[in-house]
Design a binder for this molecule. Sequence first.
Ligand SMILES: [Fe+2]
Ligand SMILES: [Fe+2]
Length: 170
Amino acid sequence: MTETKNHSEGILDDGASSTREDIVALLTKAYWMEIETVMSYLSASVNLDGVRAQEIKESLTEDIEEELGHARQFAARIKELYGVVPGSEDFSAEQSFLQPPDEQTDIVHVIRGVIEAETGAIEHYTRVIEETEGVDPVTQDMVIAILRDEQAHRRLFEGFLREYEIEGIA
Ligand SMILES: [Fe+2]
Ligand SMILES: [Fe+2]
C-alpha cells in the first residue's frame, strides 16, 4: 500500500479556489459594512446636538477608528486570499436606519441605528465564522476577534438605550 503525500496548503491549495472565492465574497460584504458604518458614525458623531449627545458623540468617535481598523483587516485578508479590494463604484448603501434624523437632538434615533448596524455586523460575522469552520482558520480567527468588538459596541449602546427607556424618552 502506497502512502499518499499530503502537502496541504489549506485554503491556499490550488483546488480550494472556489472556496476562496466564496470567502472573499463574504469578506467583501464585511468590508463594505465597515466602510458604511464609518460613514454613518462619522456623520452622527458630528451632527448630534445637545448636552446629552456629548457622550454618544465621543463614543461614536472612538468607534469610527475601530470600524476603520476592521475595514483594513478585511481588506488585507481579501488580498491574502488572492481577491481584489473593490473600488468605490461597487459600493451600495444599506444603512437606511442610520441616516441623519429630522432633529439633530434625536439621540434615540442614532442609538437605535447603531444597535441595528452592530446587529447586522454580528449576524454577518457569525455567518463568516460558521462558513470558515474547518476551512480557513486564519480568517475565522480574525473574524472572531472582530465579532467581539461588535458585540461590545452593541452592548454599550444597549446600555445607552436602556437609560433613555427608563427615563421614558425612548
Ligand atoms: Fe466593525
Ligand atoms: Fe461596531
